[in-house]
Design a protein around this ligand. Structure first.
Ligand code: IMP
Ligand code: MG
Length: 178
């Protein structure tokens, strides 16, 4: 007996590729001064697949950093508390920072990270980039500067997004029906 939930494709691999190229081109255009350092911070684990594709579509030098954020555990609802793990960044001061996440749901994760980085490291600028956005679920005032797709209030997996650590390797974005 299989306990694998059913999946329905929401965004195909081809659409993902096209969108990431578009986002990379927009970001490239928005950071024209190559004498300034652009630091891309990937919010792991979810954003690692998207970030890997995105940095190769940004046609200017970037510095890649990562941090680990979590609020879910093995559920499909955020616990509301954002746990952050990172090594100290000595480089953010005087740099432009682009914070990259896979999906913005309540908005708590990106807002908590962004506020903390601004307070601790004083970057020249800080912008938010999210591949997916579920605006219907927002509980804090956060509007990402770069958004790939707005999606309905459904739990999605694939392209880095997991359900209890499964499906991150799926090349498309799918809705799971438990
Ligand atoms: P927020 O803090 O509520 O905005 O949650 C953002 C984080 O929750 C994202 O970085 C994801 O890791 C996770 N998340 C939110 N919605 C989904 C989903 O539909 N599928 C998988 N992970 C999700
Ligand atoms: Mg995440």
């Amino acid at each position: 007996m299989s306990t694998t939930p059913k999946k329905k494709t929401l965004i195909s691999r081809e659409d993902i590729e096209r969108k990431v190229k578009e986002m990379g081109a927009q970001i490239t255009a928005d950071y024209p001064d190559k004498t300034r350092k652009l630091i891309v911070i990937s919010v792991l684990k979810g954003a690692m697949v998207f970030t890997a594709d995105l940095i190769r579509e940004i046609k200017r030098p970037v510095v890649l950093e990562v941090l680990i954020a979590g609020s879910y555990g093995a559920k499909t609802e955020s616990s509301g508390e954002v746990n952050l793990k990172y090594f100290s960044f000595d480089t953010l001061k005087g740099a432009d920072v682009l914070l990259v996440d896979d999906i913005t749901d309540t908005g708590r994760t990106l807002l908590a990270i962004g506020e903390r980085l601004k307070k601790e490291y004083h970057p020249l600028s800080l912008k938010y980039c999210t591949f997916l956005d579920k605006p219907a679920r927002r509980v804090v005032d956060l509007q990402a500067d770069y958004i790939g797709y707005e999606i309905p209030d459904e739990f999605v997996v694939g392209y880095g997004l997991d359900f209890a650590e499964d499906y991150r390797d799926l090349p498309e974005i799918a809705i799971i029906e438990p």
